[in-house]
Design a protein around this ligand. Structure first.
Ligand SMILES: [Fe+2]
Length: 181
């Protein structure tokens, strides 16, 4: 009588290739939890620091454009300064929103630019001084943008860069010297 060969033992589920992989307790893609620095982008704490520096600069911009606008002799300069001030305030709100979204605390400080700016007198020297401050912001943005991975923040900072370049050109046309930084 022929002996029936014994069936090989059934593999336990974790070794059986026919058994589907067990579910994961957390989603398999954890990219969203990885610090952007891992991918060569700016680390989050450095990013928050940069956004706070820009926030302080824009807050200074709101104060300076209001003070300059109130005292400008040229009506075109008054209008331009009021509109530049509206842009500065808009960027304060945008930067605050991103800082909070990244888990940071928005700075309450105002850039030291204000005191220096208020010491300048005359429309043209003031527009020139304002443009130096705006040029500084443009320089910081150009340095930072290639290191920003977050698409929404990148788009908002790119908009901020373009608006600053436009405002610099506008103030330069009114007597400021134009680009600096
Ligand atoms: Fe600004």
């Amino acid at each position: 009588m022929t002996e029936v060969p014994k069936r090989p033992p059934i593999a336990p589920p974790e070794e059986d290739p026919n058994v589907e992989a067990p579910g994961f307790a957390s989603p398999p893609c954890l990219m969203h939890e990885v610090d952007p620095a891992y991918f060569g982008a700016m680390p989050t704490d450095e990013l928050v620091q940069l956004l706070n520096t820009l926030l302080e600069a824009e807050r200074a911009g709101v104060r300076v454009t209001a003070a300059y606008g109130a005292e400008a002799a040229d009506p075109a300069a008054r209008t331009a300064l009021r509109e530049v001030g509206i842009d500065e305030a808009r960027f304060c709100a945008m930067l605050t929103r991103h800082i909070e979204r990244l888990g940071g605390a928005p700075s309450k400080a105002t850039g030291a630019f204000v005191d220096k700016a208020l010491a300048v007198s005359g429309d043209a020297p003031r527009l020139d001084f304002l443009n130096r401050g705006q040029g500084w912001v443009v320089k910081r943005l150009k340095e930072a943008l290639p290191k920003i991975a977050d698409p929404q923040l990148h788009a908002d900072l790119y908009d901020m860069l373009e608006v600053h370049e436009r405002n610099i050109a506008r103030c330069a046309g009114l007597g400021g010297r134009g680009q600096a930084g």
